[in-house]
Ligand binder design. Structure first.
Ligand SMILES: [Zn+2]
Length: 394
């Protein structure tokens, strides 16, 4: 142990997440692993040999966990403007046509820039929705731990079995040759058949999906929606025999067995009180992407109700097709702006331990505790330990 370089990072405030903020505290780490979190004076006494680094007028936080991103959308920034009368389903149509018009080189360059932006804004772990395999090789890097959720679509029930078997063998192959974790992401209630959803649910594996993102999705499940029908037809995926299930998005995914403690439901904007009993029972993790929701004019999720139900909440930036950057710090600031009466500690918890728990990474990330990752973040503390939530991130 003594051959590793010890570092004693002290600051005005240490925010361990699992404890109250520590004034004049320190984090001692060795080889990227935390040894001590507590009073700065005590740190110096216990570790006199450690190199001392003082961060004046700063708070130290755990590295951030981005629970929902689409790195392959990095080329879409500012390219998908919505007219006043356009909505999520129009945006999806634009994503489908825009993606085919971008060269492979351009995609790689933009994705590398996106990964850099994540790291520079303090993200240490990321859940990415993988739709294009080129992203995988770019993610095999030491400073960002990525959990890969492989997007799965297929609205035709007769194709469910073949798609499911192909996806499973693809995952097995990836798990053999990649150091990252790989799971399936059944895209959403409107892009995948009930048959395929049920097969994925029966594996019992960790999963992540878009759910209850827009009013159009609610309408689609209740009585069908001409725009989505048109998109599926243009892709040759429309099921002529399809009948709307007549359930809310949350009830529908509960019914197919996808709401569980190891599932991560993304967005969850259009959720009503009638959905709360099944959420309380199944306890899925919820990734909030408030800037994306605002960009696509979907409204905001009932965040306070989710907290009262005791659900684990985390934050995602979503992709650059519906957000201006991939900074989780900016995402936290937007949560504070939208819900000013939420506890600052709760917002930080969403961006750290909430995300780590949702991705099964809580042994390594999410809080400053001995044994966990020493990759932390340093932010300005003007206005108090949580001053960074109102823009003081210097
Ligand atoms: Zn998404």
């Amino acid at each position: 142990m003594s051959s590793f370089k010890l570092q004693n990072h002290s600051a005005d405030w240490i925010l361990p997440v699992v404890k109250d903020p520590i004034k004049n505290g320190a984090v001692v780490s060795s080889q990227d692993s935390i040894l001590f979190v507590g009073d700065a004076g005590e740190a110096s006494t216990l570790y006199p040999e450690a190199e001392k680094i003082h961060h004046a007028e700063k708070s130290i936080l755990p590295g951030l966990v981005n629970a929902h991103c689409h790195l392959n959308h990095c080329t879409l920034k500012n390219r998908l403007p919505l007219r006043d009368d356009e909505t999520l389903f129009d945006w999806i149509g634009k994503v489908i046509s825009e993606k085919t018009e971008t060269s492979e080189d351009e995609k790689i360059r933009a994705t590398l820039e996106g990964i850099q932006q994540c790291k520079e804004s303090g993200t240490v772990a990321l859940a990415d929705i993988i739709t294009e395999p080129f992203v995988l090789s770019l993610l095999e890097e030491p400073d960002l731990t990525t959990v890969c959720f492989h997007e799965t679509t297929g609205f035709l029930p007769e194709q469910a079995e073949a798609i499911f078997l192909e996806r499973l063998s693809y995952l097995e192959e990836l798990q053999r040759r990649s150091a990252m974790e790989h799971f399936l992401s059944p895209h959403s209630p409107y892009s995948i058949s009930r048959e395929l959803l049920e097969k994925i649910a029966r594996t019992g594996s960790r999963t992540s999906f878009h759910l209850a993102e827009s009013r159009e999705e609610v309408e689609f499940l209740k009585k069908g929606h001409p725009k989505m029908e048109q998109i599926l037809k243009s892709l040759g995926k429309w099921d002529l025999k399809w009948k709307p299930p007549g359930l809310s998005p949350v009830r529908y995914f509960y019914d197919v067995g996808l709401l569980r403690e190891n599932s991560l439901a993304v967005h969850m904007v259009c959720v009503g009180e009638e959905d709360y009993p099944v959420l309380e029972k199944s306890k899925p993790n919820i990734a909030l992407c408030l800037r994306s929701n605002t960009h696509l004019r979907n409204g905001l999720p009932p965040v306070r109700d989710y907290l009262e139900l005791g659900l684990n909440l985390c934050l995602g930036t979503d992709g650059l097709g519906s957000n201006e950057d991939l900074s989780l710090l900016n995402e936290m600031q937007y949560v504070k702006k939208c819900f000013p009466d939420l506890d600052d500690a709760v917002i930080l918890q969403m961006a750290t331990l909430g995300g780590a728990k949702a991705l099964g990474l809580e042994e390594q990330f999410g809080s400053l505790e001995p044994g966990k990752s020493g990759k932390f973040m340093v932010v300005g503390c003007e206005g108090g330990p949580y001053g960074f939530l109102v823009g003081g991130s210097g």
